[in-house]
Ligand binder design. Structure first.
Ligand SMILES: [Cu+2]
Length: 216
């Protein structure tokens, strides 16, 4: 089965490939296989597209300015269930400084009852946005806000990293809910590069084979 393509590729050797090409190819493979991707992690904004807010700050104690505790908590939980968090992923809490806080609660009971006493957790330092990066030791993360009444108003979210927490009736995700790094998917450059590399390895082995035996 010697095609014209086969003959063409036989004349090509990996060892003769330009160094830059090899670097690009290996980089593409690293990205595609997740070696680089996992180190960077993905960014997720809490409540994005699930919690309707005035403005863009989706870490809030109201829905469109109205207090709706049950609906707000449910919306945050739906958002959390729509994401598969893993190590290195960053959770963004988007809010105006002074309006809210991000409090990582130690226990489920403190989270459930909003009993946020001293020592029941820790406040994350403010940032634009305030962030939390998932660690490999994380099991369940309980987040809420320490501003008076906000926890009871439904400003709380439970995040289970690594868990398969797909909601039974997944809401359709608007395009802008997709994390940035996920936009560049489908048959990507990395996939194509990988196929090329496999092909080249085979043909290189064949061309060596004419001089000395090579086992694949
Ligand atoms: Cu708040």
């Amino acid at each position: 089965m010697t095609s014209r393509v086969d003959m063409l590729l036989r004349s090509w050797s990996w060892s003769r490939a330009p160094a830059l090409f090899k670097v690009v190819l290996l980089l593409a493979i690293s990205v595609e296989t997740g070696l680089i991707h996992n180190v960077q992690g993905k960014n997720y904004t809490v409540g994005a597209d699930y919690v309707n807010v005035v403005g863009n700050a989706s870490w809030t104690n109201t829905i469109n300015g109205l207090s709706q505790p049950a609906a707000l908590e449910a919306a945050y939980q739906k958002w959390a269930d729509s994401v598969n968090f893993t190590v290195g992923d960053t959770i963004n809490f988007d809010y105006e400084r002074g309006q809210h806080t991000v409090y990582l609660v130690d226990t489920k009971s403190a989270y459930t009852s909003c009993a946020l006493t001293a020592g029941s957790g820790q406040t994350l330092p403010y940032g634009t946005p305030t962030t939390y990066t998932i660690k490999d030791t994380d099991v369940v993360l309980y987040f809420t806000c320490t501003v008076s009444g906000h926890c009871r108003a439904g400003q709380k979210v439970k995040i289970v990293p690594f868990g398969v927490t797909v909601s039974p009736t997944p809401a359709p995700l608007p395009p802008n809910n997709v994390p940035d790094s996920a936009h560049a998917s489908s048959p990507s450059m990395g996939t194509i590069a990988m196929l090329l590399l496999v092909l080249l390895s085979i043909f290189q082995a064949q061309s060596y084979g004419s001089k000395s035996p090579v086992t694949l």
